[in-house]
Design a protein around this ligand. Structure first.
Ligand SMILES: Nc1nc2c(ncn2[C@@H]2O[C@H](COP(=O)(O)OP(=O)(O)OP(=O)(O)O)[C@@H](O)[C@H]2O)c(=O)[nH]1
Ligand SMILES: Nc1nc2c(ncn2[C@@H]2O[C@H](COP(=O)(O)OP(=O)(O)OP(=O)(O)O)[C@@H](O)[C@H]2O)c(=O)[nH]1
Ligand SMILES: [Mg+2]
Ligand SMILES: [Mg+2]
Lengths: 281, 291
């Protein structure tokens, strides 16, 4: 069909509203709309209503941008596989670690959890509960201890015990706080000194309700310690987490996990198709 | 920032001849983009730009030698106006204790804010009692207890099972121990979780708080209006708190939540320590959004 007849100004505005309201951001929304405008749609009636074709095209495009061959799989690069979990305050790191520990134990791996958040009130107690629920051990120290030393001790223990995976919880921190980002770099360095290659995965835990600042968070954490994957939490709410499109497009960082609730089983391998559907639905 | 964008835009226009309504329309596109990138809600931006455009086609701008600056001033003033008053006080009202209920989505900063508010009130010669109504999150009660301990203030935990019962018992405890203000820290919850929203309504019905504060993360994007609207419909809260303002998020959610609810922004959180609480300043917020 003629793009002009279907892609009326009204429809384009509706699509733009939909994309922006899912936090895709102005630039990503614009480039999706540009792709839409330059796409050759089929005028054969078998392909369905023009509006449906348009939505299918958008859904496929979004899905392609985020598709991963192996979401939710754990690469067995090393032993122990060290996963450093980072992100801003309140994004869901500690809860996600509980879920990951349970998920991995359930798939037959031995897991150790490190409580390297030695700052926030009751952070250690919170992680302890999750570790117990997941049926794994937790290495931690008292509030005020040096987080890098906790991480180091936990890695020593992980090596000594021959566990498959070490999950390191860190304190929430805003990416514009230089001293806190330096602290995070130190934690990562200390892990790498004890075990070359560690941390093998650096998981940025991102709250799906986050707006455009999410891209900035990803940039800064990537600059500081490198980020290998995103865990997008609170997708059981109404926020659609569209900022991950910009994160993937500009930084190449994939989403591997979706947090969909507060229970231990509420962590799913990221499903690009379901995500695209949720964004446009 | 907005002034640079508009200055550049208007330089182009003036070189092309007299400033007119078409130029203004183009400037509005720049403003729209800045606000959307600052996370102001899509529909709120639409209304905002329409009202600014109306003001911008006035004679002062068209005759001005610095139309960019004129328009920025209109945008800034309109933002300040919409963002509301500075220093709107907490509601009291001769109740003993005065009850303040703290609500919001998961991880927005409620428990930390409860501690901050307790310190703020103590500095004003009040005797706060904190109550831990989050019986769900692991170590949530311990978290509030730790904060209370650091302030030398009592934390009521009740039966650690039923938030409504804990709230009721906390009121009795406050009266018994002569605490004049009771702060209820509640569990984070989704606005679409019917049972949990019902729980809040039940707590409200039971203890009739003088003040309900909706605690929102300042980095929230387009979702801000969805949650604020639902909490507003269910609880008709009295004020808004924006947390993590020490970050670098533009904070457009402030305008979104304010537009949707009409409620005042009473406090901002500016750090993790309990003394990092400040009153809201609409002019500073406006500059931050378009800065
Ligand atoms: N609904 C929902 N809530 C979540 C999800 N993930 C985490 N939460 C909740 O978000 C809140 C914060 O979770 P935490 O695990 O404490 O977050 P954190 O990043 O470790 O927080 P800090 O250590 O303080 O920075 C808790 O109430 C969690 O139950 C999710 O996928 N869905
Ligand atoms: N930088 C900064 N961090 C904050 C601020 N307010 C709270 N936090 C941090 O944000 C995280 C979440 O705070 P909480 O007080 O646990 O949030 P909550 O709303 O009670 O969380 P739930 O009870 O799980 O819903 C913690 O790491 C806090 O230290 C703030 O103004 N600035
Ligand atoms: Mg944590
Ligand atoms: Mg809390």
């Amino acid at each position: 069909f003629q793009n002009k007849t279907v892609l009326s100004d009204d429809m384009l505005e509706e699509i733009e509203a939909l994309l922006i309201e899912s936090d895709a951001g102005v630039e990503t929304s614009q480039s999706l709309i540009d792709a839409l405008k330059s796409h050759q749609f089929s005028s054969d009636t078998g392909s369905g209503q023009p509006e449906d074709q348009v939505m299918r095209f958008l859904k496929r495009t979004i899905q392609e941008m985020l598709k991963e061959d192996d979401p939710g799989s754990i690469r067995e690069t090393a032993r122990p596989l060290v996963m450093l979990v980072v992100g801003v305050n309140g994004s869901g790191k500690t809860t996600t670690i509980g879920k990951l520990a349970w998920n991995m134990k359930d798939s037959g791996r031995t897991v150790l959890v490190a409580g390297a958040d030695t700052f926030r009130a009751a952070a250690g107690e919170q992680l302890d509960v999750w570790a117990k629920r997941a049926g794994v051990d937790c290495i931690r120290q008292t509030t005020g201890a040096d987080p890098a030393s906790v991480a180091f001790d936990a890695l020593e223990a992980a090596v000594a015990r021959g566990v498959d995976v070490l999950l390191v919880d860190t304190a929430g921190r805003l990416h514009n706080k230089v001293n806190l980002m330096e602290e995070l770099k130190k934690i990562s360095r200390v892990l790498g000194k004890r075990l070359p290659g560690a941390p093998h995965e650096i998981v940025l835990v991102l709250d799906a309700t986050t707006g455009q600042n999410g891209l900035r968070q990803a940039e800064q954490f990537a600059r500081a310690v490198g980020v290998t994957q995103v865990a997008l939490t609170k997708l059981d709410g109404t926020a659609r987490g569209g900022i991950v499109l910009a994160i993937k497009n500009t930084l190449g960082i994939p989403v591997k996990w979706a947090g969909v609730g507060e229970g231990i089983g509420d962590l799913l391998p990221f499903d690009a198709e379901a995500f695209a559907e949720g964004m446009l639905g | 920032d907005l002034i640079q964008k508009l200055d550049a835009a208007f330089k182009r226009f003036r070189n092309a001849g007299k400033l007119n309504e078409k130029n203004i329309a183009e400037a509005m596109r720049d403003i729209r983009r800045v606000l959307l990138e600052a996370d102001v809600n899509y529909q709120v931006v639409k209304q905002f730009v329409a009202s600014v455009q109306e003001k911008a086609v006035g004679q002062e701008v068209l005759q001005s030698i610095t139309p960019g600056q004129q328009i920025v001033k209109i945008v800034h003033d309109e933002l300040v106006h919409l963002l509301g008053q500075a220093h709107v006080p907490l509601k009291w009202g001769g109740h003993v204790p005065s009850v303040i209920m703290i609500v919001g989505l998961q991880g927005s900063g409620k428990t930390t804010f409860t501690g901050k508010l307790a310190l703020f009130l103590r500095k004003q010669e009040h005797q706060p009692l904190l109550a831990a109504l989050d019986v769900y999150r692991p170590a949530a009660v311990e978290q509030l207890q730790t904060l209370g301990e650091s302030l030398g203030l009592p934390v009521f935990t009740g039966d650690r099972k039923s938030p409504v019962a804990i709230a009721e018992a906390a009121v009795r405890e406050a009266r018994k121990t002569h605490r004049d203000v009771l702060l209820l820290d509640t569990a984070g919850r989704l606005h679409i979780d019917q049972d949990m929203m019902d729980e809040l309504m039940s707590i409200r019905k039971t203890v009739k708080p003088q003040e309900i504060l909706f605690v929102a993360d300042s980095m929230t994007g387009q979702d801000a209006v969805r949650s604020a609207r639902e909490f507003m419909d269910r609880l008709d809260f009295d004020g808004i708190v924006l947390t993590k303002m020490d970050g670098d998020a533009k904070g457009g959610a402030a305008l979104s939540i304010r537009s949707i609810t009409g409620k005042p922004i009473k406090f901002i959180g500016t750090g993790e320590k309990l003394d990092q609480l400040e009153p809201f300043h609409p002019d500073r917020m406006a500059s931050r959004i378009i800065g």
